[in-house]
Ligand binder design. Structure first.
Ligand SMILES: [Zn+2]
Length: 439
């Protein structure tokens, strides 16, 4: 027996191999049963058609479609001290993600074909997992002038977002939705009213008042969620709410979905599992946008995730250097890393606590995001690219930022004991993280 391991970058397991005896969880196809998965030349194939494949033991493990993260800041170009496409996609592989959607707030902003071509070339040469690109919907993410959406579509982007900012002009947002409908690009929106947010740094509530931190009312998010739903229904197009955090936003999304509106939403592990009570430490690793909320909002998010109103778990992986975060809370930048902690935290908090079955958790990382982008990702159907995430539900660890493959360490989960993690990550038939035993 030999242990096949991805030690130094991607290795080809072989042309053909079979993942034998794992619990195959493929929500897109309604499958949750012990079985085998065949791979031939990087493509999912029926095991019976393989001549003499390598046999890899996945007994006791969960074999799932490759996880897709809709919300990742890879920082390249321009902010390579925080992250690069190489380091960010290495972190993604370690976290079980086979595809990541790169947010456009790089420097320069990904609002033009040239910058997107640059990102594409670096992703082709340095990327460890699939890098999907998202373009800014307004030029330089200034919220003033619409980007050239047709040209961006031709440049290969799969979505539009001004993440980090929010278009304040409702008429401009209406036109962006009309154009994005014409070109078939989903809009992913960071919902925030700039005036209500002001210079706030924390959720406006008991904690912010007690600690003397300037508050951001939850209405800041809710107003723009309402605006987006109203415009999406008027234009008859779809909108995806990024990092939803408020119970009232969730209620509006749920009601809109019941009416048949094409509104989807994602939640981040930090909003699902943490609250603003933690701010009493004044640790800037609890500072992000939207801010950590109170327990009532957090509980509503978890309920909405479990019922499917929130169809995606996304990390909002936002690397910052240690020195930039090592300042007073008020002055620290917003954002935390998440690629290497999302799966262990979700398995610990949702699966092992009996809140969601494993099939639903896998769905939120696979078919949920694939449907937002309307791309052939997130399933183990024959003929699809062999992007596969293999989970060990019993693997125990303590979150240690020093072991991250990301260049940045700004996690709110340091020191957490977790149960459940990634055993191996396979992208296009190549093992890019972890190891499996050959039998
Ligand atoms: Zn954002």
């Amino acid at each position: 027996m030999a242990l096949l391991r991805a030690m130094e970058g991607p290795i080809v397991v072989s042309g053909d191999f079979v993942l034998r005896g794992g619990r195959v969880v493929d929500p897109a196809n309604g499958i949750d049963e012990v079985g085998d998965v065949g791979v031939s030349n990087g493509v999912i194939t029926s095991t019976s058609s393989l001549k003499s494949p390598d046999i890899l033991d996945t007994s006791g493990l969960v074999v799932a479609p490759g996880f897709v993260d809709l919300h990742v800041h890879l920082r390249q170009p321009g902010k390579n001290d925080r992250e690069t496409i190489a380091s960010g996609t290495s972190a993604a592989a370690a976290g079980g993600f086979t595809s990541v959607l790169a947010m456009p707030n790089t420097s320069p902003v990904a609002d033009n074909a040239g910058t997107l071509e640059y990102i594409r070339r670096i992703a082709d040469s340095d990327g460890v997992v699939n890098v999907l690109t998202c373009a800014a919907m307004t030029k330089n993410i200034e919220g003033k002038e619409m980007s050239s959406i047709g040209g961006l579509k031709r440049a290969g982007v799969v979505a539009l977002s001004d993440d980090g900012r929010c278009v304040q002009n409702h008429e401009l947002m209406r036109h962006i939705m009309e154009y994005s409908k014409t070109f078939g690009l989903p809009i992913l929106d960071h919902c925030e009213d700039d005036v209500l947010t002001g210079d706030g740094v924390a959720h406006e509530g008991f904690s912010s008042i007690m600690l003397g931190l300037r508050g951001i009312p939850s209405a800041s998010e809710e107003l723009m969620v309402a605006r987006d739903i109203i415009l999406a229904e008027m234009v008859e197009w779809k909108v995806h709410i990024q990092h939803v955090s408020s119970k009232n936003s969730v209620r509006m999304v749920r009601d809109a979905q019941k009416r048949g509106a094409r509104v989807t939403a994602e939640a981040t592990p930090h909003h699902l599992f943490l609250t603003d009570e933690l701010l009493k430490s004044f640790d800037s690793n609890y500072k992000m946008k939207p801010p950590l909320m109170s327990e009532d909002h957090r509980v509503a998010l978890v309920e909405a995730l479990a019922e499917g109103t929130i169809s995606c778990i996304a990390t909002d992986h936002a690397p910052h250097t240690a020195t930039s975060k090592l300042v007073e809370f008020d002055y620290a930048p917003f954002g935390v890393v998440g690629l290497e902690t999302a799966v262990p935290m979700c398995l610990t908090e949702l699966y092992h606590k009996g809140i969601m079955p494993i099939s639903d958790i896998v769905a939120r990382f696979t078919v949920g995001p694939a449907r937002v982008l309307d791309l052939p990702l997130g399933s183990l159907s024959e003929g699809r690219a062999a992007d596969i995430t293999i989970l060990d539900l019993e693997k125990k660890a303590v979150v240690d930022p020093d072991k991250f493959l990301s260049k940045s360490r700004n996690t709110p989960f340091a020191g957490r004991e977790v149960k459940g993690g990634v055993a191996a990550t396979i992208v296009n038939g190549k093992m890019v993280h972890g190891g499996l035993t050959k039998i």
